[in-house]
Design a protein around this ligand. Structure first.
Ligand code: ADP
Ligand code: MG
Length: 594
């Protein structure tokens, strides 16, 4: 007798369903999508035991007729297309008519529905399924819309059930799906209940930002900036809109990053990298922004069928899209900082400074004794004493229309003070110089052979960090970093990139190891970029002038001039501001001159 036999149809369906539906979050996604397609304006979700016990979605959409209520669980049952040609039309939503059939094959389903055309007195329909088998059908008093309850997910597929992740991981996945729909459909009223408690209640709003306020912590939601993008129209009509958090708020995970392509939530590594590239040098290491990005483009340039759950997409021109995104992010952040620093006038740009001959140096102003100001509010007291000499006034050439500014001096041997137009600008000399060095290094960095360390350095690391380093050993050698394992908790570094030779190598190795460890799947491009950024940041920090260094007038002038010319000049490598300003009007208010 042959060994091959055909699986019974219900077993085949179950296996196929298990392939498509792999976790509670995916069921939730299919159900909410159906509610949205049904035109619902209110969607309420109840989750029990992170979806293993119950996933219930109640909507006020169009509901189903008696026949449809039963038919919707059949394979290839859909009201959304009639033939393969229609598929093109709804391509962005992937293959049609499989979701409910799959869900019903691997759970116990209750469906209660009533069509909006039915007159008030007509009852709704209630249907129970268990693993594809119709258990019961009857009538029930209910409102218009659909209430679908999925219980005991994977009850007949213990293997699948075993592969579910930790409860919090499954819950996070459910919450991400829910949040994504909230963000992309801000006019719908969404509610989410977890084990009986309401965790999100988001009535419909018009503006995305209000939606973010309903969903996220206020620092994130208030910190959102509209994406500045003047390249919205391309030959292929790609548009990118949305909002981003500014450089002073971040999280240690990616849970606030959402991309939507033609209205549909997608995951795409390349887009995520392009976003982070826009933030490079602005956020601290291993920190992530909040971003809600909507990309709209002709459907023929997007392939959604590379992933069974349609969560991933492939673009016809990925490079162009990524560059657009990075540029838009950079522009948004730049403009934001410029705006906050220069509420009235343009940012410091192309100043024309000239140094006066020594003789024209202004005499030192009278410096008030510190206690004179100690009771004043901080804004004033911070500029009022300990002005370190020499206080040099440098006037720009008195040409008409030329912007002018004056170097007032150095404060606490740490901050430079400039008078410009109707404001006073404070510059943190270390932060500013660090940014300058970093940007220059970024431009000029070339990978070089490592130099052998005279005294090889022993670095203590966790075993898993050492494993991470080992995985990338060849790559690290190419970058000039050579090391050997001493024990399962120690490595010895034998060579380092020449640029790093005077810098704490242990710190550098720990940084790299931590980074590798935190990014379970890491491509060498990203590692390379990060490694270089670490090298630049380390060097910039070590070589930049320090707080406490007294600067000559020449040095101050050079610093300000250099700062003018670098990218990201408003923020230091660690995300702190390099400068801030106080308007003259502020002073006038304090002294009651207005
Ligand atoms: P698809 O959504 O791809 O058509 P599904 O299996 O998800 O396939 O749903 C099958 C059909 O059931 C839908 O086409 C729709 O007609 C009906 N349906 C499912 N959910 C709802 C709902 N919440 N409200 C109204 N009709 C629904
Ligand atoms: Mg569907």
């Amino acid at each position: 007798m042959g060994r091959i036999h055909l699986l019974p149809p219900h077993e085949a369906l179950k296996i196929a369903a298990g392939e498509v539906i792999d976790r509670p979050a995916h069921v939730l996604k299919e159900l909410i999508e159906n509610s949205i397609d049904a035109g619902a304006t209110t969607i309420t979700v109840f989750i029990e035991d992170v979806g293993k016990q119950l996933i219930r979605v109640v909507d006020n959409g169009c509901g189903m007729s008696e026949d449809d209520a039963e038919l919707c669980f059949a394979s290839h049952a859909t009201s959304k297309l009639h033939c393969v040609d229609d598929l093109e039309q709804v391509a962005s939503f992937g293959f049609r008519g499989e979701a409910l059939a799959s869900v019903a094959a691997i759970s116990k389903v209750k469906l209660i529905t009533k069509q909006h055309t039915a007159d008030e007195s007509v009852p709704g329909i209630a249907i129970d399924y268990s693993g594809v088998t119709l258990q019961q059908r009857g009538v029930i008093a209910c409102g218009v819309g659909t209430d679908i309850q999925i219980r005991d997910l994977f009850f007949n597929m213990p293997v699948r059930k075993k592969f579910l992740k930790r409860d919090e991981t499954e819950w996070n996945a459910l919450q991400s799906v829910f949040t994504a729909f909230c963000l992309s459909h801000s006019r719908i009223h969404f509610k989410l209940y977890r084990d009986g408690a309401c965790v999100i209640n988001a009535p419909g709003v018009i503006h995305e930002r209000e939606r973010a306020l309903q969903l996220w912590e206020t620092d994130i939601a208030h910190g959102l900036l509209p994406l500045q993008n003047d390249q919205t129209v391309h030959e292929d009509v790609i548009s990118i809109t949305g909002s981003l958090s500014h450089q002073h708020v971040w999280r240690y995970g990616r849970q606030h990053i959402y991309f939507f392509v033609n209205g549909r939530w997608v995951k795409n590594n390349e887009l995520a990298k392009a976003l982070m590239k826009g933030y490079s040098g602005v956020l601290p290491e291993a920190c992530f922004p909040a971003a809600v990005i909507f990309i709209t483009m002709d459907r023929k340039f997007v392939d959604v069928n590379i992933h069974p759950k349609k969560e991933e997409v492939r673009f016809a021109h990925p490079g162009r899209l990524q560059t657009m995104l990075t540029t838009a992010v950079k522009r948004t952040l730049e403009q934001h900082v410029t705006r906050t620093l220069s509420p009235v006038s343009a940012p410091l740009s192309q100043p024309q400074i000239s140094i006066p001959p020594q003789s024209s140096i202004a005499p030192m102003p009278t410096i008030f004794p510190p206690q004179f100001f100690t009771s004043m509010p901080p804004v004033v007291s911070s500029v009022s004493y300990n002005v370190v000499p020499p206080v040099v006034h440098v006037q720009t050439q008195p040409e008409v229309l030329q912007p002018t500014f004056t170097i007032v001096g150095q404060l606490f041997a740490t901050y430079l003070i400039i008078e410009k137009e109707d404001a006073i600008i404070f510059i943190d000399q270390h932060a500013a110089h660090e940014r300058i060095v970093y940007e220059k290094m970024k431009q000029n960095y070339t990978v070089q052979h490592g130099v052998t360390l005279l005294f090889p350095e022993i670095v203590a690391l966790a075993p898993e960090q050492i494993n991470g380093l080992l995985e990338h050993k060849d790559f690290l050698i190419q970058q000039g970093v050579e090391f050997d394992i001493l024990s399962d908790e120690k490595v010895v570094v034998r060579s380092a990139p020449p640029q790093l030779k005077n810098v704490a190598i242990a710190e550098f190795m720990r940084d790299v190891a931590t980074f590798i460890h935190e990014h379970a799947t890491l491509d060498t491009n990203l590692l390379g970029t990060t490694l270089h950024e670490r090298i630049h940041a380390q060097l910039a920090c070590k070589t930049a002038i320090k707080a406490g260094d007294v600067l000559s007038h020449e040095q101050m002038k050079k610093l300000i001039e250099d700062l003018e010319l670098v990218d990201n000049r408003f923020i230091c490598v660690h995300g702190r501001p390099t400068m801030w300003r106080i308007e003259k009007s502020e002073f006038e208010k304090k002294f009651r001159r207005t």
